[in-house]
Design a protein around this ligand. Structure first.
Ligand code: PMV
Length: 315
């Protein structure tokens, strides 16, 4: 019986993408730049079965995204019915990129179990078809994803040990996010008067973000990342109906990160399609940053992560 297990880490974008240029091929409209969360992971096992079955975090589900993705894969490869079991050691569907790590681990596991002979770039293309940011989770460290025609080039900018940064994740809600990223991106493209401006600003932010990462320039990266985050949420707010992912605790955390920086700590924030806030800081101040975020009103808990490596096969 053919089977394989792989894991991948979620990633968070510092220069974010929100909007696609090609819905069918799931091509982001802009490049993006992310870091890999090494202490969080999704582990996925695939095995040949008698019918397609998907089990997520121990619950059997009908997952439209995974079913559509498998149907695409089967147009190119002769695959038997599959049992897919996937679990994450962090909250799913809340803006912590569980679909990115999930599709990265799934692609790697299927590619290995059925000897699909996919190069790393081809694995990134397949993973991206499932979730726009998933190609980034196959690499570790700092990762760039750049749309190029009908594909996207994914490349590592810095390895996981090159820059000693740390991430604190303030969990600010116990609910799943209200609007998924695919529907939200379509709505923003169709209704926001700011969409074209967002695309222009993001392409520029990508070039300067790439430079800041290569130069390990913390201050520049902090400014570029926070601006990209706020611009994405401004676009979301200007969508009809409005996409409001933040809650009161998210705003409290933003204030606390700003205060920490005023107090001399090297730290900045970023927030995805959910209410949790991720604070990126120098490893030397990581404990202080976590402790201060734990004290913020509305924060349930704080997860810690270092920068992680690429997706891996477990066997
Ligand atoms: O991977 P997707 O298509 O679900 O979209 C991810 C969107 C953000 O996390 C908000 C931004 C990003 O670039 O990761």
């Amino acid at each position: 019986m053919r089977t394989a297990t792989a894991y991948a880490h979620p990633n968070i974008a510092l220069v974010k993408y929100w909007g696609k240029s090609n819905d069918e091929l799931n091509i982001p409209a802009t490049p993006s730049l992310a870091i890999t969360l090494g202490d969080l992971r999704t582990t996925t096992r695939v095995e040949e079965s008698t019918s397609d079955t998907v089990v997520l975090d121990d619950v059997q589900v009908q997952d439209a995204k995974i079913n559509a993705w498998l149907a695409h894969l089967r147009k190119q490869f002769n695959l038997p019915p599959l049992r897919v079991e996937s679990s994450s050691d962090f909250p799913a569907n809340s803006g912590l990129a569980s679909s990115a790590s999930g599709f990265a681990a799934l692609t790697l596991a299927i590619s290995s179990a059925f000897d699909l002979g996919l190069s790393l770039q081809e694995q990134c293309d397949w993973a991206r078809l499932g979730s726009g940011s998933a190609g980034r989770s196959l690499h570790g460290g700092f990762v760039a994803l750049e749309p190029q025609g009908t594909s996207c080039r994914v490349s590592q900018v810095l390895g996981e040990s090159d820059w000693d940064l740390s991430i604190a994740i303030a969990i600010t809600s116990d609910r799943a996010k209200s609007t998924g990223s695919t529907a939200g991106m379509t709505a923003s493209r169709d209704t926001s008067p700011f969409y074209e401006g967002w695309l222009r600003a993001t392409s520029e932010a990508f070039d300067s973000g790439l430079r800041a990462v290569k130069n390990m320039d913390f201050e520049a990266l902090a400014q570029i990342s926070e601006a990209s985050c706020r611009q994405m949420h401004a676009l979301m707010l200007s969508t009809e109906p409005a996409l409001i992912y933040w809650n009161a605790a998210t705003l409290n955390c933003i204030e606390e990160v700003t205060r920490m920086r005023d107090d001399g700590l090297d730290v900045f924030y970023t927030i995805d399609a959910g209410s949790h806030l991720k604070a990126v800081c120098r490893a030397s101040v990581a404990k202080q940053v976590r402790d201060r975020l734990r004290g913020v009103e509305g924060v349930y808990s704080v997860l810690a992560s270092n920068i992680g490596g690429p997706a891996q096969l477990l066997g």
